[in-house]
Design a protein around this ligand. Sequence first.
Ligand SMILES: C[S@@+](CC[C@H](N)C(=O)[O-])C[C@H]1O[C@@H](n2cnc3c(N)ncnc32)[C@H](O)[C@@H]1O
Length: 309
Amino acid sequence: MSWLIKPLEIHRKLIGDHIRNDAFFSAMKKVVKPKTTTVIDLGSGSGFLSFLATKSLDAKRCVLYESDPAAMSLSKELAHNNKITNLIFRNQDSREVKKSPHKGEVVISETLGTYALEENILETLRHGREFLTPDGIIIPGILRQYVAPVISSEPNDTVVGPWSSAATRYDLNLTAASKRSASNMYSLKIKPEQLGGDRRMFDEIDFNRDPVEQLKSVRKSPECTVYGFCVWWDAELVKGVTLSTSPYSEMTHWEQCYLPLHPTLKCDGEDVVSLTIESDSSNNEGCLVDWTTTQKKNGRVIARSTNKT
Ligand SMILES: C[S@@+](CC[C@H](N)C(=O)[O-])C[C@H]1O[C@@H](n2cnc3c(N)ncnc32)[C@H](O)[C@@H]1O
């Protein structure tokens, strides 16, 4: 059935990421009490996390919310094949639930994107507290986002290069297409040696409180050309278990988030480069991200550019 190909392909990638799986399993192991804990799984996909909670950790029950009917039907079939019976399936977007008949001591949601907020995790977990018993635990608990300038041209060559090489090869002007490609957000592998200077944390969200967006970062650049920015996150799933998409950590299926710059910025040691990231993840069709870069010399703005996805 062709309609299963797309969702299956997403879940195949997730399930192949043992760093992700092990981190979520370790986090649940710390908080799931056998035969006692109810787990509410928001965005349950293939049902994998709920299967770990019930079959491996003996949770009392799991309630699975999944908006995609194909993924939900797959999870039911897998549960049946694994003889897991203490599951309640809800084929709906969890954010539409007005008053939940089920509460859990643990609410878990793996709705993290390469750009952490792109799968609406803010909205899902803000509403997700509705499903929590008093003193219940939300996984992930804390999310931190980081940024560093990219001073190697390689990632830009990867995203814009195909247009330039086709333009040269067939004598065409494809500049407009290159420009649009430079205004997109990418999932790419960024190597630590492609980064310039210090990384900076620009956002910290504690899901146990109402999440507040603070998306701003400023840093002083070394003498270099800045080709774009690498953005990554650390999710403290529970205390002592952190999952990271940092270029300094082992690679996950999320890789790193790359925000290219067009035009690139030539900086000397005195220049200060500011980056402002604005994102709207309330959009059901995806996540809109704008990034504005300002370059200042001796306090005076000498360049500014805005990229929009
Ligand atoms: C990244 S997958 C994770 C699947 C599974 N939890 C796992 O870890 O293998 C996220 C899934 O959440 C679903 N989803 C995202 N937000 C949701 C929401 N608020 N309510 C229900 N489903 C949601 C998507 O359709 C997708 O299948």
